[in-house]
Write a protein that binds this ligand. Structure first.
Ligand code: PLP
Length: 448
C-alpha cells in the first residue's frame, strides 16, 4: 500500500516557540525553553552542540556585515556560537536582563567585566566579604595594570562606601551572598549610591542564582556568575556568565572608552542597540574577541542541561540548608553558624527582604575546638565531600582558610569571616536526615 504525500506549507517559526521568549511565562517554564527555537535547529528538541571552530561566511558582503556587526550571525567561535547564544538568551530571560555573555569561568566573567569598565587610573569600590579570587584580582593583580580596588571599611554602613568613592571610581562591586560568611548587603541602598555617582553596581549573584534573587529588580546594572556552581548544578563544568540589565548611560562622561566605542559602532550596530546594551557589545567585541575567553559549546550545553532543573534544585537546597543550619546551631561543638535563614543571624531581616524563597544553601560554621576540631570533622564526614567547589547537587565541605582564601593574610581573611576554625558547607539535595546524621557523627568524634 502506498501513501499519497501532500506537500504542506511549513511555518519556520511557530507561535509556541516565540512564546518561550515571553518573560510573562513562569521561571520554571523559561528555564526549560527560553532562548531556543527548535525550528531554527532542524527541530532538535535538545539544544545542539555546535562543535565547529568557524562558520561559512557566505558571500563577500555578508562577511563584511558580520565583521562590522551590522548583521547578527556567527563567523568564528572565539566570538560567538549558536549553543552559547541559547545559554546567553536563557539566562538573560531568567535574570530579567537585556543581554548576556558566556565566558570560560566565573573568574573570566569577573575579570573581563572589570576590564570593560575600568582603564588605567580608574578605581573599583568593593567589599571585603568577597570570594578570595575576586579580592586577589582587585588587591594584587589589577593594580599592576593601573586599576585599583578600594575596599570599604564596613559593607553594612553606606557611609563607608561614600568615604572611598571619588572621581576615579567606575563601579561598586559586591556579592549578593558573601563567600563564605553568607552576609547580605542592602543592595538597594548601594545601587542608589552608585547611581548618584553615575556608576554601575555590579553583583556576583553566584550563591543566589536568579531563582532566589534577581539583582536587577533592586537596582543592580551588571550581574556576574560562576555558573560552575548552581546554574550548572552538578559539579561538571567551569563556566562564567555576565548579564547586563540594559539602559545604563555609559555616555555620561565617566567612561571615555565607551564613548570611543559608540563612535566606532553607532552606524553599524545602531544607536538604539548601543543605548540598551553597550556594555555587552563592547565586552564581546573588545574582550571576548581579543582576550579570548569564550565558553566552549560543550560546556554551554552542560549548563543548559543543569539549568533545566534550577528552580527544583534550589527549593530542595534551601530547605535542606535551613534544617542543617538549625541542627548545627544546636550542637555543643559548634561556636557559631553563619546562615541568614536563621533568626539568630544579624542578616535575617535583610534575608526576609531580599530572599523570600530562602537565602541559598551555603553556610559556614566556627568550631569551639579550633583548627584541630575543623580537621577532625573533615576527616570524619562521609557524605559531605571535602572539596573546594560549591553549588553541586551533592553536599560539599571545605576549610576556607587553607583553600578558597589561601593567599590572603589573616586580617584580610578574618574580615571575610574566615578563621582557622571555620568550615564552609555547601548543602546538597540529598535526604536531609542523612546529611544531619553525617555531620552529627563527625562532630561527636571531636576530642581534645
Ligand atoms: N564567584 C564566587 C562567589 C565563587 O565562589 C567563585 C568560585 O568559587 C567564583 C566567583 C569563580 O568562579 P569559577 O571557579 O567558575 O572561575
Amino acid at each position: 500500500m502506498s501513501y499519497k504525500i501532500t506537500p504542506v506549507e511549513r511555518k519556520v517559526v511557530s507561535v509556541s516557540y516565540e512564546a518561550y521568549n515571553n518573560n510573562q511565562l513562569g521561571f520554571t517554564t523559561r528555564q526549560l525553553h527560553a532562548g531556543y527555537n527548535p525550528a531554527e535547529h532542524y527541530k532538535s528538541k535538545a539544544v545542539p552542540i555546535y562543535q565547529t571552530a568557524a562558520f561559512e561566511l557566505g558571500d563577500f558582503d555578508r562577511c563584511t556585515r558580520l565583521f562590522n556587526y551590522s548583521e547578527e550571525g556567527h563567523s568564528y567561535v572565539r566570538f560567538s556560537n549558536p549553543t552559547n547564544t541559547v545559554l546567553e538568551k536563557r539566562i538573560a530571560s531568567l535574570e530579567g536582563g537585556a543581554e548576556a555573555i558566556a565566558l570560560g569561568s566565573g573568574m573570566a566573567a569577573i575579570s573581563n567585566t572589570f576590564l570593560n569598565i575600568a582603564v588605567a587610573g580608574d578605581e573599583i569600590v568593593a567589599v571585603s566579604t568577597l570570594y578570595g579570587g575576586s579580592t586577589t584580582l582587585l588587591r594584587s593583580i589589577l593594580p599592576d595594570y593601573g586599576i585599583i580596588g578600594r575596599f570599604v571599611e564596613d559593607e553594612n554602613d553606606i557611609e563607608s562606601y561614600k568615604k572611598v568613592i571619588n572621581q576615579k571610581t567606575k563601579a561598586i562591586y559586591i556579592e549578593s551572598l558573601g563567600n563564605p560568611g553568607m552576609n547580605i548587603i542592602d543592595i538597594e541602598a548601594v545601587a542608589n549610591l552608585a547611581h548618584e555617582h553615575g556608576i554601575p553596581l555590579i553583583i556576583d549573584n553566584t550563591f543566589a542564582t536568579p531563582y532566589l534573587l534577581r539583582p536587577f529588580d533592586f537596582g543592580a546594572d551588571i550581574v556576574c556568575y560562576s555558573a560552575t556552581k548552581y546554574l550548572a548544578g552538578h559539579g561538571t563544568t567551569i563556566v562564567g556568565i555576565v548579564v547586563e540589565k540594559g539602559g545604563f548611560n555609559w555616555l555620561n562622561g565617566k567612561f571615555p572608552q565607551f564613548e570611543k566605542f559608540y563612535e566606532e559602532y553607532k552606524d553599524t550596530i545602531g544607536k538604539d542597540t548601543l543605548d540598551e546594551t553597550m556594555f555587552t557589545k563592547r565586552l564581546r567585541i573588545r574582550y571576548l574577541t581579543d582576550f579570548g575567553s569564550h565558553l566552549s559549546p560543550n560546556s554551554a550545553f552542560n549548563v543548559l542541561q543543569g539549568m533545566e532543573t534550577l528552580s527544583l534544585r534550589m527549593r530542595q537546597h534551601t530547605a535542606n540548608a535551613k534544617a542543617v543550619a538549625e541542627f548545627l546551631e544546636s550542637h555543643p561543638e559548634v561556636l557559631s553558624v553563619s546562615y541568614p535563614g536563621l533568626e539568630s543571624s544579624k542578616y535575617h531581616e535583610l534575608a526576609l527582604k531580599y530572599f523570600p524563597k530562602g537565602p541559598g544553601a551555603i553556610l559556614s560554621i566556627r568550631l569551639k575546638g579550633g583548627l584541630v576540631a575543623a580537621k577532625k570533622v573533615l576527616e570524619e564526614v562521609k557524605l559531605f565531600d571535602y572539596m573546594v567547589n560549591v553549588g553541586d547537587a551533592k553536599s560539599l565541605i571545605v576549610h576556607s582558610a587553607t583553600s578558597t582564601h589561601f593567599g590572603q593574610n589573616r586580617e584580610e581573611r578574618e574580615k571575610a569571616g574566615v578563621y582557622d576554625d571555620t568550615l564552609r558547607l555547601s548543602v546538597g539535595i540529598e535526604d536531609v536526615e542523612d546529611l544531619i546524621a553525617d555531620l552529627k557523627q563527625a562532630l561527636d568524634k571531636i576530642m581534645y
